[in-house]
Design a protein. Structure first.
Length: 312
């Protein structure tokens, strides 16, 4: 039995080392005592503007994904999502959008789609087991507040709040960080601290702003609320939009150190996302890929019998 554990441990070390090599110097180290690579495969991830193929790696404590540069050889734009704060939610099939589910966490939430019902079932079962084992071993309670899944830009031609402003190259789209709706600048000219997402005020729509501000005692409002965008300098405005709306690689530390801080205790998104809703990060502007166009990627899951392995 001990020799079998050691063999599994050595195989696990090799697999993790290969993943690190594929991400290169721009990726974070994924080696950590007790960490196990549970499985890997290609999923279609709904990003802000379009659906894109992404390589996913499921570990027993984190979910890692990145852009595919050379299949099975090179990836970039590494993202790391700690599983202890994650919940997943199955999505109903909707036209071409099939075999999907949402990955929901305090920092980042997004929808992914597998190439077949079997692949979806395998992924969801393994992710749920990793989450359950992680919470049981740490005695932590699941996170209660999560980042909204953003409505893709293509789903909204007009502001989802006022229903009047039509989006153009000049009248740009914005996203409420609380509910994920696509809104115009006038309907999202407020900022509020969503402590489970950031320690800095973030853009919210005026409806969410009203709900959030009413939930805070008057004595605490000055520290949670930021004045209207229009009253801020142009440099502050542009900086905020670049940080939140442009193509960026994101994700927590590779040791899973990003965790939820206590939130405001407010209700979940006011506008309920639909299955096609995407993520709050924008990545490389690559080819649009509708779900169902991917060949079955046959994700590989490694059977260690347990998510605990002997680390030599």
């Amino acid at each position: 039995m001990e020799s079998l554990k050691r063999m599994h441990s050595e195989a696990n070390h090799r697999r993790i080392a290969i993943v690190e090599q594929c991400f290169g110097s721009n990726g974070q180290s994924l080696t950590k005592t007790g960490r196990v690579l549970v499985g890997e495969g290609v999923l279609t991830k709904m990003c802000r503007k379009k659906a894109k193929p992404r390589q996913f790696f499921l570990f027993n404590d984190i979910l890692v994904y990145g852009n595919i540069v050379i299949d099975k050889r090179k990836y970039n734009k590494q993202h790391i999502v700690p599983l202890e704060d994650v919940k997943i939610q199955s999505l109903e099939n909707d036209g071409p959008w099939k075999n999907g589910w949402q990955v929901i966490s305090p920092k980042k939430s997004f929808a992914v789609y597998a190439a077949s019902p079997t692949e979806k079932s395998e992924w969801m079962a393994h992710i749920n087991k990793c989450i359950a084992d992680l919470l049981a071993n740490s005695n932590k309670r699941p996170a209660t507040e999560h980042a909204a899944v953003w409505v893709p830009d293509s789903e909204a031609q007009t502001c989802m709040h006022c229903l009047k402003v039509k989006f153009t190259p000049i009248q740009r789209r914005h996203h409420c960080r609380k509910c994920g709706a696509v809104v115009c600048g006038g309907c999202s000219n407020k900022k509020f601290i969503l402590s489970y997402q950031s320690d800095k005020p973030v853009r919210v729509c005026i409806t969410c702003y009203e709900v959030l501000s009413n939930s805070v005692p008057d004595k605490d409002k000055s520290s949670m609320i930021r004045p209207d965008y229009e009253s801020a300098s142009a440099s502050v405005w542009n900086s905020d939009e670049q940080l939140n709306d442009d193509d960026t690689a994101s994700g927590g530390s590779a040791d899973g150190g990003v965790s939820a801080r206590g939130g405001m205790g407010t209700s979940d998104p006011i506008i309920t996302p639909q299955p096609r809703y995407g993520s709050s990060d924008e990545e490389e502007d690559d080819i649009e890929l509708p779900p169902g166009s991917l060949p079955e990627s046959h994700p590989q899951f490694y059977d260690f019998g347990t998510t605990e392995v002997l680390i030599s």
